[in-house]
Design a protein around this ligand. Structure first.
Ligand SMILES: Cc1cc2nc3c(=O)[nH]c(=O)nc-3n(C[C@H](O)[C@H](O)[C@H](O)COP(=O)(O)OP(=O)(O)OC[C@H]3O[C@@H](n4cnc5c(N)ncnc54)[C@H](O)[C@@H]3O)c2cc1C
Length: 437
């Protein structure tokens, strides 16, 4: 029951030129760029793809940069927990592409259906095509609905995952608002790897905060497929300090598996292999994840995610294709918006260098994940990252890691909260080139 989206392996290999690896050799020059003949196509307008598109156009205005995005606007998953708990508006986490258009990025709306690496073109929408010299693939994640019996894309209308931004977050918030006081909310985080490792526990805190202030007789039950989780000591401290009578945490262990094996959308029942059956008034089921479907079906993945060269995020499968953000295997670097944005700067530096436009210098890969535990109380985890060798393979390794600890002062936590709010504004202004709009 854990099958990823169905992929035609043969079609994927053909898409990548037969052998799965294409080294086409980049025949573009500074003159071709000046004549406006060099095309970079970017798939996906999240923090990974949109940053690449905007930065390339800012630093090399003569480059033709096309961003293909399936949605008209981008609603972020990051800070969606704040929205779900009523702490932020939907508009404040929704961004348009007008700044990028103003900067000169050719923003096209459509779903990319195939990548033809041999002929260097992508097909999108019903009949549209775009040729590229270099392709950047940043499609985020796909959800493996059938990893849970009874779960499906249709079921997400009743039991939302809210792990992709937009309508899913709206459904979860609406269901919480509709639930009577005294109701039961179930939150089911998956095993690693998945987008935003601390995200489910921030969500638990913020939903519990909503229940505590609006529906205090209600409960939040966490059914976790994992044995342990990111920033666990600080989250557990927050569960005790703020939400003692609301949150009930079930972590899996060697004997008991509290991952969700089956759901019944009609009755609201949630089943675990450990034999627990919970009847949920609101169920937030977060299933297993893979790289965005276009990356899988184009043969860019190995297993569920896409291998990359750690010093520049070129795909290990094709020299002229980059994969970044959640879809990539960045090893120690977690799947986060901060990571995707930082990786995008690395990709831009590599593209400008190989096109002989400019030496963008060294770009430092870094990440910080903030999690809001309660009003004015946020925890952090982060590191910087360098390519290095581990167990005989070249990969990204963390250095200078830091993480919040239990018992920190209210002042430290308040500052974290303020930093997180400032980070969201700075990041989204940069990603969506808002200063250009
Ligand atoms: C609840 C939650 C909280 C989070 N909090 C944080 C946080 O505090 N800090 C943080 O740094 N990160 C956080 N994250 C993680 C963050 O949202 C992701 O890591 C980030 O969005 C990844 O960026 P991306 O560009 O790789 O993918 P995405 O943001 O998913 O963007 C991919 C884009 O590609 C488009 N697309 C996909 N396929 C196609 C196609 N075939 N054709 C055209 N377009 C396509 C999609 O529509 C989408 O717009 C959180 C995530 C969740 C779920």
């Amino acid at each position: 029951m854990t099958t990823p989206p169905k992929i035609d392996r043969r079609a994927a290999l053909i898409a990548l030129g037969g052998a799965g690896v294409v080294a086409t050799g980049l025949a573009v020059s500074r003159f071709a760029i000046a004549r406006g003949e060099t095309n970079v196509v970017v798939i996906g307008g999240g923090p990974g793809g949109a940053t690449v598109a905007g930065e390339l156009k800012r630093l090399a205005p003569k480059l033709n940069v096309t961003l293909i995005e399936k949605d008209k606007r981008y609603t972020s998953c990051f800070f969606s927990n704040h929205y779900i708990a009523g702490e932020r508006s939907f508009d404040s986490i929704t961004h348009t592409f007008s700044g990028l258009k103003k900067r000169g990025v050719n923003v096209r709306r459509g779903t990319v259906r195939s990548i033809d690496a041999k002929n260097k073109k992508v097909q999108f929408g019903k009949t549209l095509e775009a040729n590229y010299d270099l392709l950047v693939v940043a499609p985020g994640i796909s959800l493996v609905y059938d990893s849970i019996e009874g779960y499906s894309k249709d079921a997400t209308k009743v039991m939302p995952h809210a792990w992709q931004g937009g309508v899913q977050s709206k459904i979860l918030r609406a269901r919480l608002e509709k639930m009577p006081d005294g109701g039961t909310v179930v939150l089911a985080p998956p095993k690693m790897p998945y987008r935003c490792p601390p995200g489910p526990y921030e969500r638990a805190c913020l939903i519990a905060h909503y229940l505590k202030t609006k529906k205090p007789k209600s409960k939040l039950i966490i059914l976790d497929a994992k044995f342990s989780f990111s920033k666990q000591p600080v989250f557990e401290e927050a569960f005790q300090r703020y939400y003692k009578d609301i949150i009930e945490l079930h972590l899996s262990n060697d004997i008991d598996d509290f991952g969700v094996s089956r759901v019944d959308v009609r009755t609201g029942e949630i089943y675990t292999p450990a034999g627990l059956i919970v009847k949920a008034d609101v169920a937030n089921i977060i299933p297993r994840q893979t790289a965005g479907e276009i990356a899988l079906k184009s043969g860019l993945a190995e297993g569920d995610w896409c291998p990359i060269k750690p010093d520049n995020f070129r795909s290990s499968k094709s020299e002229d294709i980059y994969v970044l953000g959640d879809a990539s295997i960045a090893k120690a670097m977690p799947k986060s918006a901060f990571s995707a944005h930082s990786q995008a700067k690395t990709v831009v530096a590599d593209i400008l260098d190989r096109l002989d436009v400019k030496d963008a210098g060294d770009v430092r890969l870094q990440n910080t994940c903030w999690s809001m535990l309660a009003p004015d109380d946020s925890a952090i985890i982060g590191a910087t990252y360098q390519p290095g060798e581990l167990n005989g393979s070249e990969q990204l390794l963390a250095e200078g890691s830091y993480v919040s600890k239990p018992g920190e002062t209210a002042e430290v936590r308040r500052q974290n909260y303020k930093d997180s709010i400032a980070w969201y504004e700075t990041l989204t202004n940069d990603v969506y080139a808002k200063q250009a709009s």
